[in-house]
Design a binder for this molecule. Sequence first.
Ligand SMILES: Nc1ncnc2c1ncn2[C@@H]1O[C@H](COP(=O)(O)OP(=O)(O)OP(=O)(O)O)[C@@H](O)[C@H]1O
Ligand SMILES: [Mg+2]
Length: 353
Amino acid sequence: MTVDTPAPATATTTAPAGPALRVVNLSTVFRTRTAEVKAVRSVSFEVEPGETLVLLGESGSGKSVTARSIMRLHNSRAKIEGEVTLSGESVLDLDEKSMRALRGGRVAMVPQDPSAALDPLRRVGKQITEVLLLHKQASSKKDAKAQAVELLRLVGIPDPQRAFRSYPHELSGGMRQRVVIAIGISCDPAVIIADEPTTALDVTVQAQILDLFAELQKRLSTALLMVTHDVLVAADVADVVAVMYAGSIVETGPAREVLENPRHPHTKALLGALPRHDTARGELESIPGAPPIAGQDFAGCSFASRCGFAQESCVEHAPPLLQVGSRHLAACPVLNPAAAVGDPLSARPAEVA
Ligand SMILES: Nc1ncnc2c1ncn2[C@@H]1O[C@H](COP(=O)(O)OP(=O)(O)OP(=O)(O)O)[C@@H](O)[C@H]1O
Ligand SMILES: [Mg+2]
């Protein structure tokens, strides 16, 4: 689809210099009654304005916990460590009030299920104008309404006036997700975090929503962090891919390079497990074996027990990310014996850097 209407007054194309989102050594541990679950282990990445980074991985690999840790959306049993900066400002030590202002303001979350994000009992327009007024993006109710209709037009809703007056159940799933995205971009966020935003939608609508993200993001210069288990979604939208396994990034780099020339056995297995004709689009055939049990610690490489290339040393030492291309890193010394330790923050396509 094409977005050819003017951007709303709240949108800007001038983004601050430097990464919109910078995550350094992020770790999240949940204390449960029986164990400590290390859900995210020292994860680092950067997303520039206008860039899309996809966190790709199997179920349970820590993608959602990473996304939610950035927004500090866990309860008090979660211990989050590391650095998260948004347009240069550190967020992990902000108080809860400042965090609330940030969520839905400078960072927008687009969840998997649009129905859960919308109040079924209130009209769509009201839900958008409320956010605009709460974050002081609109000076009056009239201004908020005009902006809301413009936002609905911007996200490709054919009759925005009508959608404004509708209840969520009167719209299709795809249109509801467009409304959620309109709310997300209403406060001109520097970063959009979208966790499996198309999984609940059927295939044609999925493609339209992915196109919409691409259009909006280039137009508004927003950084997009997208979480998916679907290799085809990653191939569609990612500038940079970070492959997660058992809480760590095991491979990262320009999307094309990682997906066409994977240098970690886990990524190879993921891609080897690309769709069969009898599975849904992008569904993965499972890799033999199982990931480490949550809450059980391990010393070496998290993938060693399922890896056809594993050697004795792999179960003894956790391998660091190694430089396997100018901006491509993989945490496997067996496949990359000559590679030196790399900096995960350098993984990005040259044209975007
Ligand atoms: N609140 C919690 N308390 C304890 N453990 C948790 C909590 N939330 C997540 N976990 C654990 O953290 C690990 C990572 O979970 P996460 O939800 O990030 O996976 P995911 O990669 O998003 O998977 P999926 O594709 O299924 O959404 C899992 O082992 C999960 O059981
Ligand atoms: Mg998830």
